[in-house]
Design a protein around this ligand. Structure first.
Ligand SMILES: [Zn+2]
Length: 371
């Protein structure tokens, strides 16, 4: 048996109204001039106004793209330096929170981003000398606010690149479910399915990790029960709170690993512009079918959690329930694109912990099945 290494050090302040604590939490960390990182869409909302009013001294960087790029990161670093910032606040979904993580890294780490690629063991080059970073999620999906990874598209390769180090965990995750009450339904559905998939893939991932397994099962259950509620009654604070917790639990659990769904989903957003969570939702049933023979009793655990029956079928029902169209072709993915996507998916590290190992041909077959 190989050795297991894990830690659960993320500081989390969670609950309705948690956002009001932001000024105090920055002051506690000695931050007087934070760089507030978000995306252009969010930058125009009342929610953004509410947060920026809480921290009038903040310098704003709001150009993060939906799939954050190396350029976004370098621009953010330039803004940080020219404004003499002393800490970072990330506000948004996974994209601004990941971009903020990478900006924080690059402020004190000089090598090109590509050299921190997890596939090249780049995490070993990352030290603890990072400025304070408070992460505030406005969606319940990636769980980037509690995770130790950032996904950035590197210019040279046009590949979504995972950067991974325990030092990347934000200094504090501020989880305020009130911030998610006005999410549009398709974002609630897509991000919610991302949180759900993190928990399911982490539970099925290879490796000995009973602590992450326990978190993953409970997180999957919370998402399974509460995503439909949040869709039916968007202002249901209890459902929103449970979805935000499911999202955090997914990201805590996936330090164990993810699986083929994520390797297949990453090229769909970098090359086809598909929403990450929606891609996961469409792919999860076919990957569950592929994994059936290798996942042993774990598939039965999922079945029990979903009220019985075939987990793949139950996930298809959940997709229908939350209004996610079931096939890749419904989302404008061209059939001719599939082989090129498979070339990229096999290079993505996530599938290495999939319970059943996959070749490029397997991944292509999974794309075709989902198409
Ligand atoms: Zn994900």
């Amino acid at each position: 048996m190989s050795l297991s290494a894990f830690s659960f050090p993320t500081a989390i302040l969670f609950g309705p109204g948690a956002i009001e604590e932001l000024p105090k939490e920055l002051a506690r960390r000695g931050v007087l001039r934070p760089l507030l990182v978000t995306d252009a869409g969010l930058g125009r909302t009342p929610l953004f106004e509410r947060v920026s009013k809480l921290i009038p001294g903040a310098v704003i960087y709001s150009d993060v793209e939906p799939n954050p790029t190396e350029r976004n990161v370098l621009d953010g670093v330039a803004r940080y330096r020219e404004s003499k910032c002393d800490g970072i606040v990330g506000l948004g979904g996974g994209s601004p929170l990941d971009a903020a993580k990478a900006i924080r890294l690059k402020v004190t780490h000089d090598a090109p981003l590509a050299e921190y690629d997890d596939l090249l063991d780049g995490g070993t080059r990352i030290g603890s000398n990072l400025p304070p970073y408070i992460a505030i999620a406005t969606t319940s999906g990636t769980g980037s606010e509690v995770s130790r990874s950032a996904v950035i598209t590197i210019e040279k390769t046009n590949r979504k690149t995972v950067i991974f180090s325990p030092y990347l965990i934000p200094s504090l995750a501020l989880g305020d479910p009130e911030l998610t009450l006005r999410l549009p339904p398709h974002i609630t559905a897509g991000t919610g399915m991302d949180a759900f998939t993190h928990n399911v893939e982490a539970y099925l991932a290879k490796g000995y990790h009973p602590v992450c397994d326990a978190v993953a099962l409970q997180g999957a259950k919370l998402a399974w029960q509460n995503l439909p509620r949040a869709m039916d009654s968007p202002l249901d604070l209890d459902a929103r709170q449970n979805m935000m917790m499911a999202s955090m639990m997914g990201a805590i659990a996936f330090q164990k690993g993810l699986g083929a769904v994520h390797s297949l989903a990453h090229p769909l957003s970098s090359d086809c512009g598909m929403h990450h969570g929606t891609s996961n939702a469409v792919l999860l049933p076919v990957v569950l079918e592929f994994n059936r023979s290798a996942a042993g009793g774990r598939m039965g655990d999922l079945s029990e959690l979903f009220g019985g029956g075939d987990p793949a079928e139950r996930v298809r029902e959940l997709n229908r329930r939350v209004g996610i169209k079931p096939r890749l072709r419904d989302w404008g993915v061209a059939e001719e694109a599939l082989p090129g996507l498979a070339d990229k998916a096999i290079q993505d590290g996530c599938h290495q912990l999939n319970p059943r190992s996959c070749t490029r041909e397997d991944l292509l077959a999974l794309y075709r099945a989902a198409w």
